[in-house]
Write a protein that binds this ligand. Structure first.
Ligand code: 0L1
Ligand code: MG
Length: 271
């Protein structure tokens, strides 16, 4: 990268980077890290990365997709340490990423998908980013078990913090189980099976308590001016390490919240 201040970066520069990530997703071809790419002639930092994410999501909206929620990433201490950061990341979820509970997910629409067990929240009203007294927990009406499908558009899932922000935080899909009225789930046991593979953990891995993810989300959305609207789903972050998603059934159980499942298939056939 050559030296150029973010303020000199034009909307065209931003859109070119968004187009690169969009092509990687739509053509299922990995792309190298943007930040480490010497051919990229803009100062690629986190501010610019959130602009790229917005342009990337705008491309999906222009194709008819609707933003239906947001997701948090890097909510575990292990992941933050691995990336050498202390901040969560926020991405956008669209309706095209939804996988129905019990339905099939077509693996041919991904590059190298992985799954992670999560907790989802449902916003019952808009959240006022400009109200310092806003209580985001008060805006949440329901909670559910969830599985997120992450599918980095970068080569071998290798990226920097700014890279993954630009890539809409690897967001690729998600399945949500039955909603229950909002309740605390600070340390609920979590089990996710992907065929014969299993990971176990606890919701405490999500910032100590997934409810904390809501405050972190509000803070980040204020800083990045990302709207939080009535009806939005919020994915709070992973409770365990991710597992590769293969042609098999994924079952995630969160103690006290219930179970969500779907099956990875090739060609969109329901199994
Ligand atoms: O926590 C997450 O949703 C993952 C965010 C992106 C990092 C990754 O792709 O592993
Ligand atoms: Mg996640």
């Amino acid at each position: 990268m050559t030296d150029s201040s973010a303020t000199q970066t034009t909307d065209l520069d931003v859109d070119l980077l968004a187009a690169r990530l969009d092509a990687a997703q739509t053509e299922r071809t990995e792309t190298p890290s943007i930040e480490r790419d010497d051919a990229v002639e803009v100062a690629f930092d986190v501010d610019l990365a959130y602009r790229v994410q917005e342009a990337l999501v705008a491309r999906r909206e222009a194709r008819g997709e609707t933003v239906v929620g947001v997701k948090l990433g890097f909510t575990s201490k292990a992941k933050m340490a691995q990336m050498g950061v202390s901040d969560v990341i926020v991405g956008r979820l669209t309706d095209a990423m939804t996988v129905g509970d019990g339905a099939a997910a077509d693996l041919s629409s991904f590059i190298h998908p992985k799954v992670e067990p999560e907790v989802a929240y449902l916003l019952s009203r808009d959240v006022d980013l400009d109200d310092p007294d806003e209580d985001i927990v008060d805006a949440v009406s329901a909670i559910a078990p969830a599985v997120e499908i992450i599918d980095s558009r970068y080569l071998d899932f290798k990226f920097t913090y700014a890279d993954v922000v630009a890539d809409n935080t690897s967001a690729a899909g998600y399945a949500i189980g039955a909603w229950s009225p909002m309740r605390d789930a600070p340390d609920a046991a979590v089990t996710m099976r992907v065929g014969d593979d299993e990971v176990t953990g606890t919701t405490a891995a999500i910032l100590g308590d997934p409810k904390e993810a809501l405050s972190a989300l509000l803070d980040m959305c204020r800083r990045r001016r990302i709207p939080l609207k009535a009806g939005y789903v919020v994915l709070a972050g992973a409770a365990t390490a991710a597992l590769p998603l293969t042609e098999t059934t994924v079952v995630c159980d969160v103690d006290g919240l219930g179970t969500v499942r779907f099956t990875g298939v090739r060609g969109g056939e329901e199994s």
